[in-house]
Ligand binder design. Sequence first.
Ligand code: FE2
Ligand code: FE2
Length: 204
Amino acid sequence: MEKVNFKQMKDGTREEYEFLTAHEIDHTKHTADRLLAALVDLDKSLSGYQITRLGHSVQSATRAWRDGADIDWVVSALLHDIGDIYAPYNHDEYAATILKPFVREQCTWVVQTHGDFQMLYYGHHVGGDQHKRDRHRGNPYFDDCAEFCERWDQASFDPDHDDLPLNFFAPMVREVFDRKPYDPAVIRPDQREPLTNETAAATR
Ligand SMILES: [Fe+2]
Ligand SMILES: [Fe+2]
């Protein structure tokens, strides 16, 4: 079979759906490569800053890596703004949706919410609510998101920073997106890992 015969889903046969499932499984194997290509596309977005969106993403991940953060944190830092391409009004939710099946719940929440927390740094300059993050007070990951933004996100607009290349992070992206989706051993609800690890940082 090269293509299915049906023109409406309700007319498909079991054999046709088995054929499509095999195609889908093959497609999912290349998610990491598509994301890495999309990150390169970020280079074209949002001018005006001293560095590109790709530069900002790589710099955020470089800071996370050098802080000794674990792989879930590093990949989340790298991809946290990937939603800028297609979802400029909810880029944080868009990125979190991509990460959600493959990283710790803590990291998904932080990426999903970072836009509200980032307002702390500029909301008052643009007529927005500088303290928008306060609506999330009481969430167990509140402090993690505050630290994510302070250490890695708002700090990563420096054209002179010594950044690692995107290729350095590619194996980590592949490892994360090769995981079994929604694996409870990965999602680990309510578990918090620190953003920094001095022992790991000393080796990087
Ligand atoms: Fe962002
Ligand atoms: Fe960002």
